[in-house]
Design a protein around this ligand. Structure first.
Ligand SMILES: *Cc1c(COP(=O)(O)O)cnc(C)c1O
Length: 386
């Protein structure tokens, strides 16, 4: 009999989630308004250091609403790292704009502030209030750093750039809920910060997202536009609205998950530390970066294949699959994806040298120590060819 399957990253739901869902059924609050939605918005706003949150049906929708309500639209560019999940770029396209791809910092795998500054200096000029990207004639409308692996980008540097160039920051913090940046909660670091509660994120609602931010008026606008722009109590609508709401069922799961967030992050960090210790002992591979000056949810664990003589990540994943261990390659940069090949793009040497050397390893919060040993031993055997 083969050993039990070890999945890559699966949700951890239990009796607390079941209890909250039962309450929704008992009280008949199952749709897009309900006490769990308000509770979830308040609690996520609080832990982010912001006045409130606005719940959405998905992280992608949270990003789209953020850009839309900041006035990002047609003929605009949004600065984005190419090394991200494609949803970040899709949210920009949904707003009618295009991404302008800038490389990542190898020490955090997040948008590189020095590269952003250099690109802004070389390729933009002021025209009245607007910052114009000279090669395309488009307006540069926002910065979108991505908190890769649940680790914030260098938000002190981006805060300075944003101020100097008059650009709002919409942070894609999909899996970074609950972390701090140099001792401050991450919601303080950007105009708007967006989370995802998809099944593989730090906490899940089944699916869902949230926007948090510093400006209560902007958050109120986001709430209004994302809920059909209805002026109560009748069917009056003062703008083109969207139906991007989260349901009370999703929020019920989210509230129960929030109770466990600290534990989840502690477990993810323990898993990550254990892998990193083992990986640094194996010649030819290295650990993912983990900057010491900021928090991280340690969303994913895994390793980089440094030695070109070793098997490539797809072969390593196939070998692990034979032993019932689910490992995966990671994001292919967005400038290499069909819908975004024609976007303005700066040098991507870090992203290009990185992405196809990554293997992600099982890191669910239910992963046991003996399962993790099995993964580590299997990796060691494959890499050392035994
Ligand atoms: C998951 C993810 C998203 C999208 O979130 P959804 O809830 O799946 O729409 C956006 N950006 C990043 C970096 C993600 O990991």
């Amino acid at each position: 009999m083969s050993a039990a399957r070890i999945p890559l990253a699966i949700p951890n739901v239990g009796s607390g989630e079941a209890r909250n869902l039962q309450k929704c059924v008992d009280d008949n609050w199952v749709s897009s308004v309900g006490p769990f939605v308000s509770e979830f918005e308040e609690r996520v706003g609080d832990l982010s250091g912001t006045p409130r949150g606005v719940a959405m049906g998905a992280g992608t929708l949270a990003l789209h609403m953020s850009l839309h309500c900041l006035g990002v639209g047609a003929d605009d560019l949004v600065i984005l790292p190419s090394f991200t999940f494609i949803a970040s770029a899709n949210s920009i396209a949904h707003a009618g704009a295009r991404p302008w791809f800038i490389d990542i910092d190898p020490g955090s795998w997040s948008l590189d502030p020095a590269a952003v500054r250099a690109a802004l200096e070389a390729h933009t000029q002021r025209r009245g209030e607007d910052l114009i990207h000279k090669p395309s004639g488009k307006r540069v409308a926002a910065l979108m750093p991505v908190y890769t692996l649940g680790t914030p980008a260098d938000m002190d540097a981006f805060g300075a750039i944003a101020k100097e160039y008059g650009l709002p920051i919409v942070a894609d913090a999909a899996a970074a809920i609950g972390v701090d940046f140099r001792g401050r909660p991450i919601g303080e670091m950007a105009d708007l910060t967006c989370y995802s509660f998809n099944g593989n994120k730090t906490i899940t609602c089944g699916g869902g997202g949230m926007v948090v931010g510093r400006d209560p008026e902007l958050l109120q606008k986001i709430k209004h536009i994302s809920t059909t722009a209805r002026v109560q109590p009748n069917y009056d609508h003062d703008a083109i609205g969207y139906n991007y709401r989260m349901t009370n069922l999703q929020a019920a799961v989210g509230c129960a998950q929030l109770d466990r967030l600290e534990d989840f992050i502690a477990v993810k960090r323990r898993i990550r530390t254990r892998y990193d210790e083992a990986i640094t002992e194996i010649p030819g591979i290295s650990a993912f970066p983990l900057p010491e000056d900021r928090g991280s949810t340690c969303w994913f664990s895994g390793f980089l294949v440094d030695d070109p003589a070793l098997p490539r990540p797809p072969e390593i994943c196939a070998e692990l699959a034979k032993q019932n261990i689910e490992a995966r390659i990671f994001w292919k940069p967005v400038h290499l994806q069909a819908p975004y090949m024609d976007c303005p793009c700066e040098d991507q040497s870090t992203a290009e040298a990185l992405w196809d050397r990554i293997v992600t390893l099982p890191c669910s919060t239910m992963l046991t120590a003996s399962d993790q040993d099995r993964v580590i031993n299997a990796v060691r055997a494959i890499i050392s060819g035994k």
